[in-house]
Design a protein around this ligand. Structure first.
Ligand code: FES
Length: 83
């Protein structure tokens, strides 16, 4: 199980949900998102530390250091920051 820390907001556990976004949603975080399919970029956050793995190939091109929470799962404890 990996811990997801949202800077300034708190933390939750990743426990096999479909995506990081789903884990954050379930834990009550008010995360930005729209398509949930890697197309819009609305769910972009900064990955401060930790590792993630893509679970779908997003059409949206993230900048270095940024991730789409709808399209990844954490593979270690991670720290993210809303932008
Ligand atoms: S919600 Fe659209 S790219 Fe993640």
């Amino acid at each position: 199980m990996a811990k997801i820390t949202v800077l300034g907001q708190g933390e939750c556990e990743f426990d096999g949900q479909f995506s990081m976004l789903e884990a954050l949603d379930e834990s009550g975080f008010d995360m930005p998102y729209s398509c949930r399919g890697g197309n819009c970029g609305a769910c972009t956050v900064r990955l401060v530390s930790g590792d993630v793995e893509e679970i779908q190939s997003p059409a949206y091109d993230s900048r270095p250091g940024e991730i789409l929470t709808c399209s990844v799962i954490p593979t270690s404890d991670v720290v993210i920051e809303l932008i």
